[in-house]
Design a protein around this ligand. Sequence first.
Ligand code: FAD
Length: 629
Amino acid sequence: SDSFDRYEYDVVVIGAGGAGLRAAIEARSRGLRTAVITKTLLGKAHTVMAEGGAAAAMGNGNPKDNWQVHFRDTMRGGKFLNDWRMAELHAKEAPTRIWELEHWGALFDRTAEGLISQRNFGGHEYPRLAHVGDRTGLEVIRTLQQRLVALQRADAEEFGDPEARLKVFDETTITRLLTDDGRVSGAFGYVRQTGEFVVLAAPTVILATGGLGKMYTVTSNSWDYTADGHALALRAGAELVNMEFIQFHPTGMVWPPSVRGVLVTEGVRGDGGVLRNSESRRFMFDYVPEVFRSIYAETEAEADRWYADPENNRRPPELLPRDEVARAINSEVKAGRGSPHGGVFLDVSTRMSPEEIRRRLPAMHHQFAELAGVDITREPMEVGPTAHYVMGGMRVDADTTATTLPGLFAAGECASGMHGSNRLGGNSLSDLFIFGARAGAGAAEYLALLGDSRPAVHETAVADALAEALAPYDREDGENPYEVHQALQRVMTELVGIVRDGDELAKALGELELLRERAEHVRVEGDRLYHTGWHLTFDLRNMALIAECVARSALERNESRGGHTRGDFPAMDPSWRGVVLTCRDHDGRVHLSRRVMPPMRADLVALFEPDELRKYFTESELAQLGVAR
Ligand code: FAD
């Protein structure tokens, strides 16, 4: 049938989290007719759940902070696999983007002098996270939405129509990108409530769809994190990179089972929370890796002094980057030193008064009281690793966020490069605003060059997308999509989890091949009105495809680095440092290749001590960079 709604825009932004909203504001501010599409209700994107804050070297917590220090921390956190240009832009532009939010009405917590307050977080040398208690994401989304509404009001005055240049399609899922002769030409999707289809023609599409945590059993992510953007991009011909790097946040709730995986913010450790095993030992002191040994405390006494006197003491090992802490907890539990429900203990009650805990960590206090019956002002929390963030995603140009498919841009969690092999906490929120704005600008530049030669929407492609969407209704003997989803989660959790192994990854690939086949043959019945089973058929195909990218890349990378740990290759290998694994789609099959990153610019190299670079780079790279032996 041809009864579906058709629209035409200059820019279609898929995703209404921090990255998508910031991109849409930029595109509309440049006069472009912009649509924002979101699977959820507006305001319900993942970004709303962000707790700890946004990292920006404003220097309010310590005047010694600046973009160079932030850049160094980010590169160290990512184990030097980061796209250094993205890390540079991020470190330089983060303060401006935070002040911009403040200007638009965001009410950040303040210092006594009235500056934006900044808190400590893992891997950040100085207090750097701008925050609103432990509910930062809520304030950020509220602010961006308010900005969006202000732009719509301006259009109402000018054109008599608030949606003249900026329209939000909420509860709408995009299932396919449309292309014309190797360029993006639009998107196809459906409205979740009605099951009706929509076609959006546009010469530029910005993907801001977030991550993929729902392919794991235990995750901090919400239901909409099903790798959609990754799969849309791959199928349309764009490249994905770094897919082996998944961040397992060290501290998710482990009990009760119904809330397993729900996040416990790193702010708890930033504000003084300590980790202990069943023997009451602060075990993180046993897990400080060689590359970080000089900057972390060796004794509890020194770590304790750091909170009051950071100038003369080194930071506690609880504040190591996330990959290190997650692996340490995993090892303690495996060694039989875990808490009763298979985690470890995280305690702030010995460090802060109950009033201070309730003021600084209100959401955590509430979350544990309501969900677990635990009073964190008096008792420790039980915590363990939870699938949290994907460092892998679309390969993008740092300055414009252009993907390898003309007209397609990507920003936020679904893009890759910025965080290398491991993201530092707080670096995602700032990433969203910086590269969201750059995506809007990149799309505007592309459109200006395009002139009148706009790509076409081909009716055969629309018919294909429609047939694909309806296929689960036509199958006589398909499977239940929920069962296939659970099977996929089990394979990813058991065989492609925190610590991986070559044999297990090979086994996972075998199982994933079958699961991809099963995902193509699921069946649903009934009408299409808010049919969650039907919705899952799309999510499932996406997760199954992208799970294969994760497993394939993980098997290829014979080393451990950041969010990729191989039990059979436990060390970091300098010969892998500059190598990025790239996934492409070849007629439905995932094709993997290696790409060597360009050498870091000399002025950025000069920000590091040669001794530190020697821990990561090969001899020949050091020679190429002009670093003396
Ligand atoms: P999102 O905010 O997730 O938005 C994705 C959007 O895409 C949604 O609107 C979704 O509906 C839409 N979408 C997806 N697929 C489709 C489709 N097929 N069709 C249409 N729409 C689609 N980071 C920090 O820096 N600091 C923190 O303190 C912090 N705390 C966190 C706490 C929690 C509990 C979690 C889970 C993450 C936290 N993070 C934090 C990470 C950070 O919040 C996310 O990485 C970030 O918000 C992602 O933003 P985004 O704009 O890329 O995507």
